[in-house]
Ligand binder design. Structure first.
Ligand code: SF4
Length: 100
């Protein structure tokens, strides 16, 4: 089903709101750590897998909103919401927690 511009905007706004709420509670997304953030968009699949595990293991406070925004925006590269979206056509998207 096609995503409307309104749905994309809503998903993006929901992610932004969740990030703001998390920040007010002293939390932040693991992928915002400058020392490791390249893993989320790495050319190396092993690094993207690690990033996807970190999304979950470090309990990202915006995991759901991140995944929904990526889906709405049809992101095709990098890890979003613990899902490596750098997949070839026809390959099913899968959370790392489901892949084990
Ligand atoms: S769930 Fe999204 S925002 Fe959170 S660490 Fe993973 S990629 Fe970053």
């Amino acid at each position: 089903m096609a995503t409307t511009r309104q749905q994309v905007a809503q998903a993006n706004q929901a992610l932004t709101r969740a990030l703001v709420v998390a920040a007010t509670q002293g939390q932040r997304a693991p992928c915002s750590d400058l020392a490791i953030r390249d893993h989320w968009t790495s050319e190396r699949e092993t690094e993207r897998r690690q990033a996807a595990r970190w999304c979950i293991e470090w309990q990202c406070p915006v995991l759901t909103e991140c995944g929904q925004a990526a889906e709405a925006n049809d992101e095709r590269w990098g890890v979003w919401g613990a899902v490596d979206r750098s997949v070839r056509p026809g390959k099913k998207l899968q959370r790392q927690s489901e892949a084990a």
